[in-house]
Design a binder for this molecule. Sequence first.
Ligand code: AMP
Length: 513
Amino acid sequence: MWNRVEHTAREVFGTFGFGEIRPPIFEPTELFARAVGGETDIVSKEMYSFEDRPADLPANVAGAFGPDYARQLFSGHEKGEIPNSLSNRIALKEIRQRLEEIDTEYPKMRLGSADASAEAIEKYNSLLQRLAYLISRVSLGELVSLRPEATASVCRAYIEHNMHAWPQPVKLYYTGPMFRRERPQKGRYRQFYQIGAEVLETVQQGQGGAKDIPKDAAVDAEVIEMVMAFFGRLELQGVQLEINSIGHNSPDCRRGYVEKLKAALVEVKDKLGEDSRRRIETNPLRVLDSKLEHEQAIIATLPRIGDHLCDDCKSHYAELKRQLDLRGVKCHENWRLVRGLDYYMRTTFEITAQGLGSQNAVCGGGRYDGLVELLGGPPTKGIGFAIGEDRLILSLQEARKEVASGEGRVASGKIGRDVYIAWMGKTSEETAIRAAQKLRTAGLRVELPPVEQKFGKALGQADKLGSRYALILGDDEVASGQWTLKTLADGSQKKMGEAELVEFLKGARALSG
Ligand code: AMP
């Protein structure tokens, strides 16, 4: 199923002109801090981060601390392998002093001398402790993180590889694992998989502005149409698309709205839960995300962004809806669908599917025109989405279970075989191996038992593996060159020569797809 989903994504995205990008699994933490936002839960709580270090320096773990390790730090620093930051210089300076103390005052102890006084040993130990502490303060290298999402990496790659010089827009998709330290539950994992896509387009001189609105809205609509086509091809059930416009980061648009929202939230502060109360100051838009039962009626009375969009954002949103309609994409408007970061703008969308309980979002996406520039690139428009592949597959499996139980059986998920080769007798071993090679070359799924089996056992095994045919090769078949093919569904048998049999099975495989 994972293969089918990924294969279908490649196929469908390919028909929309998207090419694959494979960003790395880890990147400098700073990239995510900037792109995803240092204040977000993802960056502040959920990232798996660690300090990189020079290749020849052992990991900074307990036991490695000590004078010899400290000396390696100096050479790493001199060679420029360890960051020359102020805090490192301060720590290294004191380390040098302590090392000198050890070298001048306690040289014998370092060699394990036994005649030291108790007082001297204690002093020496506390010196070593201080040294260990100082060593732990030295930052060995860049802080890197397992990626919690891939948009930041795609934008980084766009800049690093000068993709603004490619024919525009650049359309890329990716698949792969993402990592977030979350409380695991059904549909929420610490290593999960996303399939995502981004459309990036650098704004050429003299372009951009209000006249781009129809084009931008059409690009957004096509991206959404592509996800919906993908889900349609997979026959995902209960698909619901919600859209919203979150305007853009300006006083006459979103910023003005956020001020009004904040004022309204302050009015109802006492009726809100602790999280929402905190968010009034940190990120008022996120209050709209709240799932708390008792907050729903209050949120319904709050000002809505749709009433506060600037003219350009309003016409972009209207055009998006017209474009979706033209493409036959059905959607619901949800004014509470928001994104917490400044560079997100205008289009936001989310897609839910059935069979997932409370974690029912399978896809989230939106426009992020400011991101590439924020990361040091040229002014570039962006729109993209990320699909939660685990959830997508969960939903597909749930739907399959329903169909299967309706038919009185539960799908087992076994990998079927086209042909099981039931060979017996010494003379048939070589023929069986050759037959397997021929049939596999022809693209058939073949099971060749490693040792000969009794006829009944072979057929039982063929049945268990879900084979369509059993090719029976005994001494008679080898001698006559007429092989026996048994159709397992009805038990019928026929005899055929080798070439005829290969052709027959190839035809049967093509018919069954
Ligand atoms: P996001 O990158 O947070 O916008 O998430 C996009 C999609 O990824 C969501 O709609 C989910 O389907 C999926 N997703 C996000 N976090 C997780 C997780 N921890 N486990 C499984 N799927 C996730």
